[in-house]
Design a protein around this ligand. Structure first.
Ligand SMILES: [Zn+2]
Length: 329
């Protein structure tokens, strides 16, 4: 068995997440998994990392995207423009590569009209969040449609001389795929399995459907990963690691603990998302509480799935109360 391992390339982003990883397989042909954001700094760092392997961007044969977030696919357009590479993505996520600004505009509209008003967040903070989303546009460059290739979940991808299974791993992003290689027990884990649990990003639901509950889906994705034999994890952020079972156990424990905190806060009468976030993330500066709010939505989604919490909408604002099915601890 050829044991071909990817090279981790760490690239800067302008976001709170810090750096993002892409992974390079140099043989049999140069293949890059994810690309980093579109920025001068990120491009320079990637070009330098390729050069250290004796490669130029023009040598890349394929670029494979784990999920269409700007820190993972932002530079794909530039790379396609400077190589003959094809750009591969799961068929359900391809629309984001083709129409990133339009899809982002839909998400912004959902946040502006429904989600942010529903949180009861102060208007100035709503504006700040919308501005943040708007500026993500600059971190993505369009990929020419004729260079894009799609894969389905039933396909197998061949790179690094190995056959990789494609896993749909919703939770952080609906359109997220991880790549698993059973013989060498390697997992390219995107933003699914990280050193700490990823944020369950609130996404605008498809027309006519309810919003997808991110954290419950993440827990299901964890269940799937727990059933696999994995020795090496190549995460979307942070160093490569080799103890996925411990990481998963820690994350489950922390989520359970924070879910209990959420139940307590509800028992004390905090009812709206902004009240719960201010209470449970009081130690964080208000401007930095937004990722916390996504987590709270996640805990409430879990508690609703378990039948312990009920959501009601009052004048466009969501209120959460304990059901009397269960004791609070
Ligand atoms: Zn992501």
């Amino acid at each position: 068995m050829t044991m071909n391992q990817p090279l981790r390339i760490e690239l800067p982003t302008p976001y709170a997440v810090g750096t993002v990883n892409c992974y390079l397989f140099t043989s049999p042909d140069p293949v890059l998994i994810d690309t980093g954001v579109r920025s001068d700094e990120s491009r320079a760092a990637l070009v330098a990392a390729l050069a250290r392997q004796g490669l130029a961007s023009a040598d890349l044969q394929r670029i494979i995207i784990t999920h269409p977030h700007e820190d993972h696919c932002g530079l794909a357009g530039w790379l396609a423009d400077h190589s003959q590479a094809t750009v591969w993505i799961w068929e359900e996520g391809v629309d984001w590569l083709l129409h990133f600004p339009e899809r982002l505009a839909e998400r912004v509209a959902y946040y502006r009209d429904i989600f942010l008003p529903g949180t009861a967040m102060p208007v100035a903070m709503q504006t700040a969040v919308l501005t943040y989303f708007e500026q993500l546009k600059a971190s993505y460059g369009p990929v020419p449609a004729d260079r894009i290739r799609t894969f389905s979940l039933a396909d197998t991808l061949c790179f690094g001389g190995l056959h990789w299974q494609i896993l749909h791993m919703p939770g952080h992003a609906h359109h997220q795929t991880c790549f698993y290689q059973p013989d060498s027990r390697q997992l390219i884990s995107a933003d699914m399995l990280l050193h700490r649990a990823p944020t369950p990003v609130v996404e605008n639901p498809p027309p006519g459907l309810p919003r997808q509950p991110g954290l419950p889906l993440f827990m299901q994705s964890l269940d799937v990963l727990e059933g696999l034999a994995i020795d090496s994890v190549y995460p979307g952020h942070g160093p490569i690691f080799h103890d996925p079972a411990e990481k998963i156990a820690q994350q489950r424990k922390r989520i359970e603990r924070r879910k209990q905190h959420c139940l307590q806060a509800l028992a004390e009468g905090h009812q709206t998302l902004v009240e719960l976030t201010d209470h449970l993330y009081a130690q964080r500066a208000p401007a930095l509480r937004f990722a916390g709010l996504w987590m709270i939505v996640g805990y409430l989604d879990l508690l609703q799935t378990e039948g312990r919490v009920q959501e009601t909408e009052i004048d466009g604002v969501w209120h959460y109360v304990l059901t009397n099915n269960h004791p609070t601890s």
